[in-house]
Design a protein around this ligand. Structure first.
Ligand SMILES: Cc1cc2nc3c(=O)[nH]c(=O)nc-3n(C[C@H](O)[C@H](O)[C@H](O)COP(=O)(O)OP(=O)(O)OC[C@H]3O[C@@H](n4cnc5c(N)ncnc54)[C@H](O)[C@@H]3O)c2cc1C
Length: 584
């Protein structure tokens, strides 16, 4: 049992964490070098396999000519190449160069060019420009970018390369790459062409379908042209309600609201419907959506949250996790999930504001100098939150059955065993429209994201990990969901090559533009080709494999490879002892 005071403790911590931390420590640079060489990290400070990505050479071009020169010189010397932005917010090891002779090109310093064509409603940006820079410039011109991910800590090149999206089935849809109308791509060339050339790819060029979601595998994107619309405002209301009939309601919800989403807290039997549509530009309101999870957290609060969660994990205390989950969901309801009426505080619905302030957030990224008492909660320097992220993209017609299966599982195991994801952000449900991009979504789709505890070391099993594994395998294998390229554990990518019907077209373009596979590495091959790697002891614990033998789990700690409870084809690492962690 968790004492009553624990609820108050969480409320105090949450209020303190969100109100008293004004100054943020910017994220660490992803590439760190010393006399022995350089190491590339992702934003969580650990790759899926926890093995460092060693980088023999890194270069920081500042112009398109420099970028082209870097590709030419590497090609001439027969080096492999990868590109990374100043954020490196992609979780799988896509940007990690080949482990032999290779060059990493960072777009960190190639970030100043933003040209707006007001008459034609277009903007062209250098690939290293950050999403926030781009949005702010576009809004200054009284225009709006219609689609963007919810998180602003990404570059223009990185976000289109990975298929980043917000949520919408309307118009061109919620994926940013479907708003791309032109792109410049630097590819390897033969000696007579100077070893590199810039391809200017226009809206009608079929190459665009390969280049806009290209995972850094075709060449270096130098410039991206996006379509814009006249500046607009949005009005947002969150409806916290029960999760009954969600499987029958989600389609209508997505059709009724241009920027609809749903956050499902399955342990709380709660769904939060986002009612979110455009309103006329002269509607009063200067609101901001400053999503709670992307706000700056006091470092002490992040550490305390992690330490408490770790304690509950070690003690196998499901109730403790549920106390945390209930407090978080209650707090989010109280503060409108981060909506702020006049940019300062939430005082009630609806909140109306400009598109540039209502779609994308990430206030934890910014810092005035000399103050370092807060950061993004997952900052790897602070022993704060550390978690996995599963992002599965379903054909819309299959999604209702998936929800029914998760509810069936919940009924079987007791909803308290699902509290672990509700401590983070439950299951976020978003919508992406069918795309022409070869590695985009071939049909109208529904995306789910859920985050869950990751242990400090790879050999430590996690409370209820079988539950997340079953839901993960249900999504990817029973319902054929496609993994988001920029998130997920390795197991999610198994057989991904069979799920993208135009993957062969993409690979044919790659053969033409990069015949020597200069822009490939063993890491990106593993992901894109969906190969199963070697299955070592404990590989199931971290999603590096799907277990097929007990040794892939942790028999010495009581975790054995077992079938799923609802999806019996699933194979999951389940705790088994007389003192089972399941609350029944
Ligand atoms: C906290 C958080 C929240 C997120 N929220 C969302 C969300 O709401 N929606 C969503 O879809 N995703 C989301 N993501 C994932 C995120 O959008 C992607 O990871 C993002 O697109 C990465 O951008 P980046 O600039 O950091 O790219 P990087 O991680 O630097 O690179 C990503 C890939 O693009 C390639 N690349 C980068 N620049 C270039 C270039 N100039 N030319 C060619 N290839 C290039 C790299 O080689 C690599 O393969 C989130 C991630 C985090 C950590």
């Amino acid at each position: 049992m968790v004492p009553r005071w624990a609820h108050s403790f969480w409320w105090i911590l949450l209020i303190w964490g969100s109100s008293l931390t004004i100054y943020a420590m910017p994220p660490p640079p992803p590439v760190k070098c010393d006399e022995t060489g350089c190491i590339l990290s992702n934003s969580y400070g650990a790759w899926g396999d926890r093995i460092d990505c060693h980088v023999p050479n890194v270069t920081y071009p500042t112009t398109e000519e420099d970028l082209s020169l870097a590709v030419a010189q590497a090609n001439k010397k027969r080096l492999k190449i990868k590109v990374v932005s100043k954020f490196s917010h992609t979780i799988p090891k896509l940007a990690c160069p080949h482990s032999g002779n290779a060059l990493l090109i960072s777009t960190e310093k190639y970030n100043s060019g933003i040209e707006i064509d007001v008459d034609n409603l277009e903007v062209t940006a250098d690939a290293g420009v950050s999403l926030r820079q781009l949005i702010d410039r576009v809004e200054e011109a009284n225009l709006s970018l219609v689609a963007a991910p919810y998180w602003e800590g990404v570059s223009v090149g990185g976000l289109i390369s990975t298929g980043a999206h917000g949520s919408s089935w309307w118009g061109k849809g919620g994926a940013v790459h479907d708003h791309v109308i032109g792109l410049s791509l630097i590819v390897p060339a033969n000696e007579s062409e100077g070893f590199a050339k810039v391809l200017r790819i226009g809206a009608e060029d079929p190459l665009l379908n390969a280049a806009k979601v290209s995972l850094g595998l075709l060449g270096v994107i130098s410039k991206v042209k996006l379509s814009l619309e006249k500046g607009f405002k949005r009005s947002i209301t969150y409806n916290f309600t029960d999760d009954a009939h969600m499987e029958d309601l989600f389609m209508d919800h997505a059709k009724k609201y241009e920027f609809a989403d749903i956050t499902w807290y399955p342990s709380r039997n709660t769904s939060v419907y986002r009612y979110d549509n455009r309103v006329p530009f002269d509607t009063p309101g200067d609101g901001v959506y400053d999503f709670l999870g992307f706000q700056s957290n006091s470092i002490l609060v992040s550490k305390a949250t992690r330490a408490t969660e770790k304690g509950f994990e070690a003690a196998r205390n499901v109730n403790g996790k549920c106390t945390m989950a209930a407090s978080f969901v209650g707090f989010k309801k109280l503060i409108g999930n981060g909506l702020k009426k006049n940019g300062v505080i939430f005082t009630g619905y609806p909140v109306v504001g400009r598109q540039g302030k209502m779609q994308t957030s990430g206030s934890c990224l910014y810092s005035p100098p000399f103050r370092i008492d807060s950061s993004c909660a997952w900052d790897p320097r602070i022993n704060g939150l550390f978690f996995y992220e599963t992002t599965a993209i379903f054909p819309a017609k299959k999604f209702a059955d998936f929800i029914r299966d998760v509810k069936k599982l919940r009924d079987l195991i007791h909803s308290d065993n699902l509290c672990g994801i509700d401590i983070y952000n439950g299951i976020l449900i978003r919508f992406i429209k069918a795309s022409q991009a070869y590695l985009g979504q071939p049909e109208d789709s529904v995306v789910i994201d859920f985050n869950y505890y990751r242990a400090d070391d790879a050999a430590t099993p996690r409370l209820n990990q079988d539950v997340w594994e079953e839901i993960e395998q249900m999504a990817f294998f029973k319902y054929g969901a496609r993994p988001h390229w920029a998130k997920n554990r390795n197991a999610a990518f198994l057989k991904v090559n069979e799920k993208y019907p135009k993957l062969n077209k993409f690979l044919a373009v790659k053969k033409k533009l990069d015949p020597e596979n200069i822009f490939s590495s063993e890491w990106s091959d593993e992901i894109v080709l969906g190969k199963e790697g070697g299955k070592g002891d404990g590989c199931g614990l971290e999603g590096q494999c799907i277990c097929s033998e007990d040794r892939h789990c942790s028999p010495s700690k009581g975790y054995f490879c077992k079938p799923g409870l609802v999806y019996s084809e699933a194979r999951v690492c389940r705790y088994s002892s007389s003192s089972s962690a399941l609350v029944v």
